[in-house]
Structures are given as structure tokens and as C-alpha cells.
Design a protein around this ligand. Sequence first.
Ligand code: NAP
Length: 290
Amino acid sequence: MAASPFLRAGLIGHPVAHSRSPALQQAAFDALGIPARYELWDTEPRDLPDRVAALRQPDLLGANVTIPYKVAVCELLDTARSEEARITGAVNTIVREPSGDHVTLAGYNTDVSALRRIFTEYARRLRGVRMLVLGAGGAARSAAAAALLEGIEPWIAARRPEAARGLLTEMGRTVALPTSTHALDLMDKDGLAAAMRETAILVNATPIGTLDSAASSIALTLLDDLPADAFVFDMVYNPPVTALARAASARGLRASGGLPMLLYQGAAAFTLWTGQPAPLDAMRAALGLV
Ligand code: NAP
């Protein structure tokens, strides 16, 4: 049987059918004339080791990894290549790195590098400021890691404050946390209002607002407590402009929904696989961002 002329990359997760990565990555391959296909690899937990091992095949560029495998996949790789992956203990991009007869599977976290890029591009103030992250799951961990790598102090507010404390404690094992870093109760409106007054970057890392353009993880009046030069980032990208981002813009604050994060994490993965700058215009168009 003749070998396929196509290189391949794909998304490992469960479920994956909803993902926008195929449109994003295929647009990038096509724009640069790279003969590669991006596939969806829906993977049951018992099949994860074989799925990752298959990335050693010569026609593979690598993979993206999504829920629920970003942490579990780490122990199946040869190395965590980036600081972002090491700090979070989570990988969303695997790169096949051949060297002679040997292949290394290297893990990266481009969710975190995308967030660093967004904070650098959008926020008016960076080093030494405070970020308030709403939620304490995987996305909140990425935001806190990006903050620490940019010299920003992450505070975390969650409906289960013990989860926020746990996340900070766990991160503190691999990276030095500022001593004033704090965990808050998402339901404590007065505590949140006080924290907002010292917050330069507010990040929603809960799913609230997904498919509901009226829902928000906090009372929108709390935005009045933010400084006038604060940046509000909502990781939710469907709808592209959430109630939180819309209300922040209406108050004259800089604000964005989550699509730029989807774009930049994909662009960084593309560059890691191909060694080429990502064709951002084509990728933006694939996400409807033009
Ligand atoms: P996750 O690990 O399930 O964590 C979700 C967090 O939100 C948890 O702390 C959870 O609290 C909290 N939460 C959920 N429902 C809540 C509610 N009704 N009220 C208050 N808190 C609530 O999910 P994740 O992976 O971090 O993802 C979070 C969101 O970020 C998702 O919408 C995801 O699509 C988005 N995201 C976007 C991008 C992007 O590229 N833009 C990338 C990654 C993630 P409990 O633990 O108490 O349930």
C-alpha cells in the first residue's frame, strides 16, 4: 500500500465532536500549502496510552489535547518541554520531535502561552499588578500560571473557596507564589468588591455565559469597583461576546471574550508542529473573527 502523501495532526479528547480546532488548524495548513490533515481523535480513557504511542508514527506532526486528558497525558510523554506545561502539570499540545532513529514526544501548554500573549497585548498594566480569576478548574490554573509567569499576582475566587485554596497550594509546590496571593469565596459580594478595587485584570474561568448571553459568574454591578484601566477577559467564547465582556465594554473598560485565546493557543501549536509562523488572518477567518 502506498504511503499517504499527507502529514497528520489531531485532537485527543472525549468528547471532541464540538471542537473548533479542525477548522482552525486546517485553515492554517491550507493557507501555507502544507499537505496536512487535522483529525478528531475521540479517545476512551483505556485507549489513551495507545493513542499517544501512535503519535510516534512518521506521518504525525503531533496533537492537541483537550478535556479530560490534559493532566493524564503528561505521564505518557517523554518530556514537558515548556515552563507553562511544567507549572500547570497540564499539556494541551504534543509535538513529535524526530532525531535520527529516535522520536521524542514533547508536551507544551499553549493555553498558558496564549493567555500570556493576551495579557501582554490587551492589559494596560502588567508586572506587579493583581489578577482576579473567577473559577478554580483547569482554565483558572492556566490563567494563574500565565499571571505568575508575567509577574502578576493571581487571586482566585470560587464557589467552593477550598478549591481555590487547593489550586494555589498545589501551584505553590512548583512556583513561588507572592505572599499576598489570596483565595476568595465567589459568593461573598463584599469580599469580591474589595478585591476588585485592587484588580488590574479580571478573568472569568467558569463556564457561566456559555450559550447564554445574559448569564454572568458575578453580579455585573461589581464591575463598577474595578479601576478604570482594568482589562476584563472572559474565557467563554460561545457566544463571542458574553454578558460580562459586554457590560465591561459598556463601562469603558477594555474587554474580550475567549476567541483570541482559542486563536493564539492554536497558532502556537501550529508553529510548534511546523516551525512556521501561523497564518493568523486565515485562522481568524476560520473562527469568524474578521
Ligand atoms: P472546569 O475544570 O470544569 O472548571 C470550571 C470551574 O468553574 C470550576 O471551578 C467550577 O466550580 C466553576 N463553575 C462551574 N459552574 C459554576 C457555577 N454555576 N457557578 C460558579 N462556579 C462554577 O472547566 P475549565 O476547563 O476550567 O473551563 C472553564 C471554562 O473556560 C469553560 O467554559 C471552557 O470552555 C473555557 N475555556 C476557554 C478556553 C479558550 O480557548 N477560550 C480555553 C480553556 C477553557 P466547581 O468545581 O465547584 O464545579
